[in-house]
Design a protein around this ligand. Structure first.
Ligand SMILES: *Cc1c(COP(=O)(O)O)cnc(C)c1O
Length: 783
């Protein structure tokens, strides 16, 4: 279609016609890109079909993919041509990019990981595809009103032309409800229609597929008892939004429906399009389940093999447990999925029957061993009327992985130690990664250019080569250039956020950034309480006049998570106070970024000096935000948790700010229940005064109710050890200030972090999965 800037301009102008508004320009550009990659997409699929190579399917309830237009321009290798061409025609690519709605198909780290994996699979030219749900609304849009989080529906499918392709030819039917005996009758069928999105490999011609399923009304007859209107509404709800409110039983049913819908649709198509006989499934297909939301794929695959393919149990089980592998993402008890047996038995009766049989056979096997009652309980899939999805996932898959070394160790030695003893060979670690293409090359072209000028461009394809930057750690001119890049990224961020922010942000201040979901264990509360203590100190001590810092926060709280919402409110109340005070304002400034998402992240990671990674040790499975910051030269201020441990191993303790209790210490305090938050408060005048302010309502603007925060710190005995770690956190902030004064050393730390970040590219993670778990072959799309 076009190969040079001039050809692009000609084609673009021809299509644009007289209608030169940016909306039309965006639509024209999008359509041209779709056409451009279409050919490679078709060819890649043909190649996969003809060569019969093993395919990976990555099933995930979330895919937080971010905007695609500019990423695809990079992948197609025409970013510069298009950017310059548009400019010469009077259009600004950045402005056009802003028109692309960000798909809200994910919540946080889990969904973003899935998106990074899609990118790496295609870039490494490996045959791997995503399977998920095409939520109409996705996750809510956050606005801060009066300091409170308010939630608005997101409409990412609005008028603008998307990247997807509806595939009516591949629609399948999903069975819900009904009676089993003597046959499965009275089924409420739901039609699953796939929408395919192209995942374009970087400067290759591999175009893989992200297949998102949409629920629609089936043409099959409805059971006599079911009202058609009710059925229509219930069906639309399946692909309406991510994580519907599950405080009531109808919400729980809906979440389970989503999981089964996604798994059944994906598996039915996988089996239908298999190039060889079904007993060869493990050689033709690998299926990775991203956390337990898709764990129902295990009994569903059994159902298909038994009931539709007519296999015997033993053979079906052997195939299933050599095809499916499982990634665990959390050890937080409340996040370990459990389903009510009755609910499963009613919604998916045959699947429940199969889970029951898996559990019965596994328990029969366990009877041959001497096990304590407690151990037996831990190993039960069905226990006390509940189906434990994590146990089902381990029993039914051939490999189980945690997402950072520390996390995998905790799984093996504590959370899943009974399962680990039964299946020691299944457990392995795959430390998470991030795609350096989006988080460095796309998000920070200025830094990309500096790196390439310094070490050449081989690192673009082999990010581990960022290591070569180690020789610039004490290079004054490199340091100066790096400083310039940081300054530019800070100014860009300021220009972007000040539109919605009243007081000006100082580009010379230290940018200290805390962006992630709001959760107790992520300890945004500790950060804001520390800022309040800085405020007090500046007011009370006329000799304390610290170097200016801007504290950025961003993140959403789950709609039903009151504590997290009150932390958001508290931040905004303290921000209003701090930002209005002329004395304090010149030393500390607080900015809350509304509706944190991938697009905001792309502007924030490159602008950061300090990366706040302060989770309660042992609670954050890996974290990936920590890696994005590191790759952009920010220094980690954090605890020894998740992948922070591996980051510090790479850069050295002297190139990070590490504080707080270790995971072993936290786990001991939890086990022996001998932590007393009240004692910690009593021993510290600073905490005493902070708590007094909090409890007296002084840190409230009268509208909010900080009872949940008080309740957590006092009545619930501070379960995330905010008070316990407070002083070491504050001390580390002082060390940050002192270090920043020595700019030579600071820039050197920053270079060191970038130089060591290559190992955290998801290309490394994906290659390890492929070598150790999936056994994929690189397929070159040459023709
Ligand atoms: C990377 C990312 C996350 C995960 O951040 P953590 O700090 O690892 O929790 C969440 N949301 C978005 C938009 C991201 O880009």
């Amino acid at each position: 279609m076009f190969y040079s800037k001039e050809e692009f301009k000609e084609e673009f102008t021809k299509r644009l016609g007289q209608d030169k508004v940016p909306q039309t320009a965006y639509a024209v550009l999008g359509a041209m890109m779709k056409e451009l990659l279409e050919e490679d997409w078709v060819k890649t699929n043909q190649l996969y079909t003809e060569s019969k190579v093993k395919q990976l399917y990555y099933i995930s309830i979330e895919f937080l993919i971010g905007r695609m237009l500019v990423q695809n321009l990079h992948s197609l290798g025409i970013f510069t041509i298009v950017q310059e061409g548009l400019q010469e025609l009077g259009f600004n690519l950045e402005e056009l990019e802003e028109m692309e709605p960000e798909p809200g198909l994910g919540n946080g780290g889990l969904g973003r990981l899935a998106a990074c994996f899609m990118d790496s699979l295609a870039a490494l030219q490996l045959p791997g595809h995503g399977c998920g749900i095409r939520y109409k609304g996705g996750l809510f849009t956050q606005q801060i009103e009066n300091g409170f989080q308010t939630e608005y529906p997101t409409d990412w499918l609005r008028e603008i032309e998307g990247w997807e392709k509806r595939r009516d030819d591949l629609a399948v039917e999903i069975p819900f409800y009904g009676r089993l005996h003597p046959r499965h009758t009275d089924i409420e069928w739901v039609k699953a229609v796939p929408y395919d999105m192209p995942i374009v490999g970087a400067s290759g011609r591999t175009v893989n597929t992200l297949r998102l399923w949409q629920a629609e009304v089936s043409e099959r007859p409805l059971p006599a008892y079911k009202d058609f209107n009710e059925y229509t509404l219930e069906t639309a709800a399946i692909s309406d939004r991510l994580y519907p409110d599950d405080s009531l039983v109808t919400g729980k049913i809906l979440r389970l429906k989503q999981q089964y819908f996604m798994c059944s649709a994906s598996l039915q198509t996988i089996i239908k399009t298999l190039p060889g006989p079904v007993h060869e499934l493990p050689h033709q297909v690998a299926i990775q389940i991203n956390d337990t939301h898709p764990a129902i794929a295990i009994p569903e695959l059994m159902r298909i093999l038994l009931d539709e393919e007519g296999l015997e149990w033993e053979e079906a089980w052997n195939i299933t447990t050599h095809t499916i592998s499982y990634t665990n993402h959390t050890i937080l008890g409340e996040a370990m999925e459990k389903w009510d047996s009755h609910l499963l038995a009613s919604l998916v009766p045959r699947v429940y029957e199969i889970i029951h049989e898996i559990d019965r056979r596994f328990k029969e096997q366990l009877q041959e061993q001497v096990l304590k009652e407690q151990e037996f309980k831990k190993l039960s899939i069905i226990d006390d009327g509940l189906v434990k999805m994590a146990v089902l996932a381990v029993v039914g898959s051939y490999k189980v992985n945690g997402v950072a070394e520390l996390h995998t160790d905790i799984l093996k030695n504590r959370e899943m130690k009974e399962l680990y003893r039964q299946f020691p060979g299944k457990f392995h670690n795959k430390t998470n990664g991030i795609t350096h293409r989006r988080w460095l090359i796309k998000a920070n072209p200025e830094l990309t250019q500096l790196i390439t000028q310094s070490i050449g461009d081989d690192w673009l394809k082999k990010p581990i080569l960022l290591n070569d930057l180690n020789k610039f750690i004490i290079d004054a001119s490199f340091q100066e250039a790096l400083k310039e890049v940081k300054r530019a990224k800070k100014n860009q961020l300021i220009a972007h956020v000040e539109k919605s922010w009243d007081s000006p942000i100082d580009p010379l201040s230290i940018f200290d950034i805390h962006i992630k979901r709001f959760h107790g264990y992520k300890r945004q509360l500790m950060n804001i309480l520390h800022i309040q203590s800085l405020y007090d100190r500046i007011k009370e001590d006329s000799t304390y006049r610290p170097y200016p810092r801007t504290f950025f926060f961003g993140g959403k709280a789950a709609p039903g998570y009151e504590f997290a919402k009150q932390v958001i409110k508290l931040i905004n109340v303290i921000a209003a106070k701090v930002n209005q005070d002329p004395l304090v304002r010149s030393h500390i400034h607080i900015v809350f970024i509304e509706n944190y998402n991938v697009s905001h992240g792309e502007r924030m990671f490159p602008a950061a000096d300090i990366s706040e990674q302060i989770s309660t040790a042992s609670k954050e499975a890996s974290g990936t935000g920590n890696m994005k910051f590191m790759m952009n030269g920010a220094i980690t201020l954090g605890t020894l948790d998740g992948a922070n441990v591996e980051i510090v191993e790479r850069v050295g303790k002297e190139n990070a700010f590490i504080f707080g209790l270790h995971s072993q210490q936290i786990m001991l305090l939890e086990k022996h229940k001998n932590y007393r938050a009240q004692e910690v408060i009593e021993q510290s005048p600073e905490l005493k005064s902070l708590m007094a302010r909090l409890l007296s309502g002084e840190l409230s603007d009268g509208t909010e109710n900080i009872s949940f925060i008080r309740n957590q710190l006092v009545d619930l005995n501070d379960p995330y050890f905010v008070l316990k770690d407070f002083h070491s956190y504050a001390a580390m902030h002082e060390k940050v200030l002192a270090s920043y004064e020595d700019q030579g050393n600071w820039q050197g730390m920053s270079v060191r972090n970038i130089a060591e970040s290559g190992i955290f590219s998801s290309d490394r993670t994906i290659q390890q999965y492929s070598d150790d778990v999936w056994d994929l072959k690189k397929i070159l799309n040459v023709y």
